[in-house]
Ligand binder design. Sequence first.
Ligand SMILES: O=C(O)CCC(=O)C(=O)O
Ligand SMILES: [Fe+2]
Length: 274
Amino acid sequence: MNITHLSADAACEDVLAAIESGGGVVIDRLVSSDLMDGLAAELRPWIEKTPAGMDEFEGRRTRRTGGLVARSPKSRELVMHPLVVGASKRILGRATSIQLNATQAITIGPGEPAQVIHRDQWAFDMYPFAKDYQVIVNAIWAMTDFTARNGATRVVPGSHAFEDKLRFTEADTVPAEMARGSVFLYPGTTYHGGGANRSDTNRTGISLSYSASWLRQEENQYLAVPLEIARTLPEELLRLMGYQRGAYALGYVDDLRDPMEFVRPDLAKRGMAR
Ligand SMILES: O=C(O)CCC(=O)C(=O)O
Ligand SMILES: [Fe+2]
């Protein structure tokens, strides 16, 4: 079983159906090469400065560069991509609202072995969420081509419906191969991992994940994005970053104030009702 590929004009329903049946989907060339060129130029100095990972999961030949909303204006377009955000809202639809969970440019260097196969929702202290309750969706955008040789994400097809805490080997997986500008979208229950890079060039993916807004964000957006920058961002992005209450009252400030009041007082909502 291979990963379904859809074209850039795919409808949200097609994306949801492909994920429902296979546990993930590649949407080919959803953004232009030009956008990826711009993104690569903005990120290059930051990636160059990023130290390699400290353990096997992070990858000792892998660099994880975060804070993308602050560091790369072009990344904001990916974070707010309507098809990805629309599909994520549907997949996480049992929660009242969704939020940006983490932003990471993942640069897998030559010689890096395969990452252990895992579920992204294990980030939440391995909590055994109900099978029909998704808490996280990840979009990995290809900033370089993703090939089986250079470390394309490896996926266990259909594994979003499997039991929790299973172990897999590379032989159980298929590579999410895709051209630059494409995105691989999958829920937090799909078993996957970064592939081994057996090539002599870097593989870079921009991993942008979204979660149910009642969970703690993996990347702290309030500290990763300085307030002076936050004040310049569009409302939709600010809300995704967490400048809104989750569920009924999560994340309010002092006298039940909307966190938006601290960034864009003109957009703040009064009272808890949505
Ligand atoms: O870089 C990749 O292809 C996947 C990385 C990953 O799954 C993770 O770090 O959680
Ligand atoms: Fe992962």
